[in-house]
Design a protein around this ligand. Structure first.
Ligand code: AMP
Length: 543
């Protein structure tokens, strides 16, 4: 067989040769921006020429601070295909984290969307590796009070280049892109993807038992392009030839997203549970429906049962997937197996699913490292290995994440059923230890979020003099039930759903669960601000 180098250049070739008429549609302030793949590939050639002219060499890091839009997609191709490394910056990080990441990666050029220039302001004078900043704008240039020096204009740079870039021959083991973890514990850490890993991951994403993206689909990724490669969707759509819809900065606005999906005929949507909570509310209130959508991919956090059922009842079928930045990110997909009884379907879809072909998985006791059985009872840390799983972090941080025998320690705690369904019960750092026994905060949260008056709930363990730790729930009532739901009501609701000793000692009502930069519950913030457990609460509740 030929020793064919696997690279992102192949995706670009397909887009040009086979799918040149397919469109990429981006939401704008006013109306929509449309471009065909054919036009886009020509612009990608120009962009590669511009990068070369700016002095970008193979292996150099090129950063982006951008929303999901067509220019960001052009960078997704031009940067890796000319041999450099695309570094997508998370626009929701604190300035100190952004500064750390840019300096850690030693980015050389930075591309920024006009609306995001204010985020760079606090970094003026603190990111010496950046030699050039390129502004991506549709209208007037950014006000010059940002202190970041001259910014070049994206469109002017492209206009000066040829549509025929001499793409270099790449080795599949070269770095193609990098992405930092969201830094819930300490500084974010860089994960570097190779051309080979991106290529094989793309093939994995497309498989029928995985995300099953085809040429006939119109895909609307609401997961940011700076978060774990937008779950691999940009390259998967390029490879398959699907039409792509980008929400730009209107990602969190259910009305805009539903409007875009409706007008442009989306068939696949993808986003984290928080997005779907907002979508359900908007669809119910507006009476709108999206009959062309056949799949709503949901990952990033466990799907609360209530959300899946609400989406199902609106005709939007959810597909639950698990993964992480370090796994490119696709790790597992929850499609019920052929022998699933109809009454067990929902439960199977709510698990994190079955590990995808190409990745191996095991669960291990976090203390002893011993491998645990797949009996649906024992739970331990998920460890994975495969061609798109990280073996370490950029600059060598946290070397302990790889076991001696070469498996990546995910930090997620799960059980695996004999059929292979993964059920995440917690993160290793969030699991609650009460009286020497483990309590799954995730299971408790899901049980509480099934309460008809509750919108969101996060559970943490707080210090308890007798039991070490006891669970305390932080619940957000649905707007119409604000001030009308009591702790006792929630606890009563849980009584036939979880073991008695799992019942939270307290339910505290809050307006919003704090979220991380990628929309997950930020339990670190909850823990830091939480008042100690009330002595009087425990006996009353645990009776
Ligand atoms: P990130 O690298 O920011 O994408 O975060 C990855 C982490 O998100 C995983 O290690 C899990 O803890 C969590 N996660 C991702 N998908 C799921 C899911 N389907 N269910 C539960 N947790 C998830």
């Amino acid at each position: 067989m030929q020793d064919y180098e696997l690279s992102v250049q192949h995706v670009l070739w397909r887009m040009e040769r086979l799918h040149s008429k397919k469109e990429v549609v981006t939401k704008r302030e006013q109306g929509l921006h449309r471009i065909t793949n054919g036009e886009m590939v020509r612009r990608v050639n120009r962009l590669a020429g511009a990068l070369k002219r700016l002095g970008v060499k193979p292996g150099d890091r090129v950063a982006t601070l951008a929303w999901n839009n067509y220019r960001h997609l052009e960078l997704y191709y031009a940067v890796p295909c000319m041999g450099a490394v695309l570094h997508t910056l998370n626009l929701r990080l604190f300035p100190q984290h952004l500064e750390f990441i840019i300096n850690d990666a030693e980015d050389k050029v930075l591309f920024v969307d006009q609306t995001l220039v204010p985020l760079l302001k606090p970094l003026a004078g603190k990111i010496p590796s950046i030699k050039t900043i390129v502004l991506m704008t549709d209208g007037a240039p950014a006000a010059a009070d940002h202190g970041l020096g001259e910014m070049l204009d994206y469109e002017t740079l492209l206009a000066a280049e040829s549509e025929d870039y001499p793409w270099p021959k790449l080795s599949e083991r070269m770095a193609a892109s990098m992405c930092y973890t969201s830094g819930t514990t300490g500084n974010p850490k860089g994960v570097v993807y190779s051309h080979r890993s991106q290529f094989i991951h793309t093939m994995g994403v497309l498989q029928a038992d995985n995300l099953a993206i085809t040429e006939k689909d119109t895909v609307l990724p609401i997961v940011p392009m700076f978060h774990a490669n937008s779950w691999g969707l940009p390259y998967a759509c390029g490879m398959a030839g699907s039409k792509v819809l980008f929400p730009d900065r209107f990602m969190g606005d259910a009305k805009s997203v539903v409007g875009l999906a409706e007008e442009e005929g989306a068939t696949i949507l993808a986003g984290v549970p928080t997005i779907w909570i907002g979508t359900v509310a908007y669809l119910k209130e507006s009476g709108k429906r999206l009959p062309k959508v056949h799949t709503v991919i949901c990952g990033g956090s466990a799907i609360p049962q209530a959300v899946m059922q609400a989406m199902d009842s609106l005709g939007l079928r959810m597909l639950h997937a698990w993964g992480m930045t370090e796994t490119s990110p696709l790790g597992s997909v929850a499609r019920p197996r052929a022998d699933t009884k109809p009454e067990d379907e929902l439960a199977a879809r709510l698990t994190q699913g079955i590990v995808v072909p190409g990745v191996e998985i095991r669960i291990c006791d976090p203390a002893t490292g011993a491998e645990l059985p797949w009996d649906g009872v024992a739970f331990g840390e998920i460890q994975v290995r495969g061609p798109w799983i990280a073996r370490g972090y950029y600059n060598g941080y946290d070397p302990g994440k790889l076991t001696e025998d070469g498996w990546f320690r995910t930090g997620d705690v799960a059980k695996i059923t004999p059929e292979g369904y993964i059920e995440i019960v917690d993160r290793t750092k969030d699991v609650i230890k009460s009286g020497g026994e483990w309590i799954s905060s995730v299971e408790l949260e899901n049980a509480i979020m099934a309460h008809p008056k509750i919108m969101e709930a996060a559970v943490i363990g707080l210090v308890h003099p007798k039991w070490d730790e006891r669970p305390v729930a932080f619940a957000v009532p649905k707007p119409e039930f604000k001030g009308q739901v009591t702790q006792e009501e929630v606890i009563d609701f849980l009584r036939d759903k979880v073991a008695k000793w799992w019942l939270p000692d307290e339910v505290r009502f809050i307006d919003e669960v704090p979220k991380t930069s990628v929309g997950k519950f930020d339990k670190k913030v909850l823990r830091a601000a939480a008042a100690p457990i009330k002595e009087s609460a425990a006996p009353a509740v645990r009776k």
